[in-house]
Design a protein around this ligand. Sequence first.
Ligand SMILES: Cc1cc2nc3c(=O)[nH]c(=O)nc-3n(C[C@H](O)[C@H](O)[C@H](O)COP(=O)(O)OP(=O)(O)OC[C@H]3O[C@@H](n4cnc5c(N)ncnc54)[C@H](O)[C@@H]3O)c2cc1C
Length: 501
Amino acid sequence: MRRSAATPTGRVGNGIVRRAGAEGEGEALQDRRVVVLGAGLSGLGAAHWLATQSVPCEVLERGAEVGGLARTLERNGYRFDYGGARFFASSSEVRELLRRLLGDDLLTVAASSRIYYRGKLYAYPLDPADLVRGMGIEGTASVLWGLVGGRLRRWLPLHRRRRDLESWLIEEFGETLYHAFFKDYNEKVWGEPCHNLSAELASRRIRGLDLVGALKRALVPGAGGGSKRYAFLYPRFGIGQLSRRLAAVSEERGAQIRREAAVTRLEIEGQRVRRVVYRDREGSVRETTGTDVISAIPLPRLLHILEPPPPGDVLASARSLKFRDMITVCLEIGRERVTSDSWLYVPERRIGFARVLEPRNWSAAMAPAGRSSLVAEYYCSEGDETWSRSDQQLIERTAQDLAGPLGLIHHNEVLGGCAIRIRKAYPVYRIDYRAHLRRIQRYLRRIENLQTVGRGGLFRYHNVAHLLESGIRAAENVFGAGHDLYGLSEDSGESGFFPVA
Ligand SMILES: Cc1cc2nc3c(=O)[nH]c(=O)nc-3n(C[C@H](O)[C@H](O)[C@H](O)COP(=O)(O)OP(=O)(O)OC[C@H]3O[C@@H](n4cnc5c(N)ncnc54)[C@H](O)[C@@H]3O)c2cc1C
């Protein structure tokens, strides 16, 4: 969250600003003590910045391990990310931080993705020659016709751009591609019809289909091949390496990270958080205080633990913000390599998962020598039919679909597997979510020393680099920098086709 009002600032050492705060003029660095709630990437980004500036900082993390959604499970010599998080860092400051933290373990990986559609695999970003091969002349003509139709809609007199995802996708990609790829994929991912979802999701996350550019690259010699290539950054030992490293450096520099410390109450007095109450690993109730609080706890939960509670309309808005849960099913495979893809998108509804990745293609250290693994992502909601399946059922079903319809493996190559259940993986931008979010923001702005960060804390679709940045900017705000954390870009920097990262 942004601070309530711009505060007068002046530079002190390290380029940090000094704030004339609500509790007195000219508070200096040494006067501040920050309590950070949650040791995911955004909370750790804040803790790292504060510790580096020698600002006292205490992090309370509910889990036994740091990292939140950015953790890596190690099992039988394999490594599986909770959510496979490859990233792009458009900010040079964040890129530099990543380099300092990870050194040679920060890999640059050439991306290559495909879409599985009706028994065929299509290169992504779309390659015109590949489309013609897969869909035939007639199918490709229908795609082009749909594209033209979609664009024409926009140019009609009195046309008003609609706010829902379905209209956005049809206008951008045309009816044919919408029905072939986008509709089923998005409805699988978000669990809602596309007309109930906000177009903001797409306009921020899905780049327009640059078929003209792709055609040019395919047809003009020296223009770079059929489809645009891109690369991403990834830690050699999985995304958890980044979280662990951030935590270790922060602790070395004096941050105190309390694991298994679940925050149960934030006591507000006189528009400030006065006490943070938490339960420690022994189950004892403890409290702590700070001049400032930075929270990465998902907004609905945060509002629920404020004392006194927010007004009823704010709580109702908090309840209406929905998150999508997911299960990643991880299979150990007795073969050196299965695909050459970074991602394989699977829009078809008859197959339960929506994406597959082969971690070895991101980093060789993700599987033992001579072996590989496949990870299938199931998007679901806690308690629904998918969520209620046992791990064994999910593993079995995934192996069947990867062997059967997709034909990627033989069933007997699966050496073992596990399922990781992830709550609140993705904020769902329903068509009316903004009004609710604004009401919550207005309420939280009144609490002078509380800022929220991260995917759940801002209810923003931030990627790894932006999450780190949101933590860093919140820490700078403690000293009056006045950053608008909602103003941070959500652009992944990727030439994205599907909206999930
Ligand atoms: C499947 C998946 C794939 C992804 N892929 C990509 C990708 O390819 N590229 C990319 O850039 N990003 C990706 N992301 C995004 C990114 O990895 C995560 O969203 C990010 O790590 C979230 O960080 P965070 O700090 O916002 O939240 P979290 O990681 O959720 O951290 C919040 C922390 O707060 C703690 N907490 C919650 N409640 C309490 C409480 N009451 N008391 C104390 N602690 C509490 C939690 O335990 C958690 O550790 C992906 C995410 C997922 C789920």
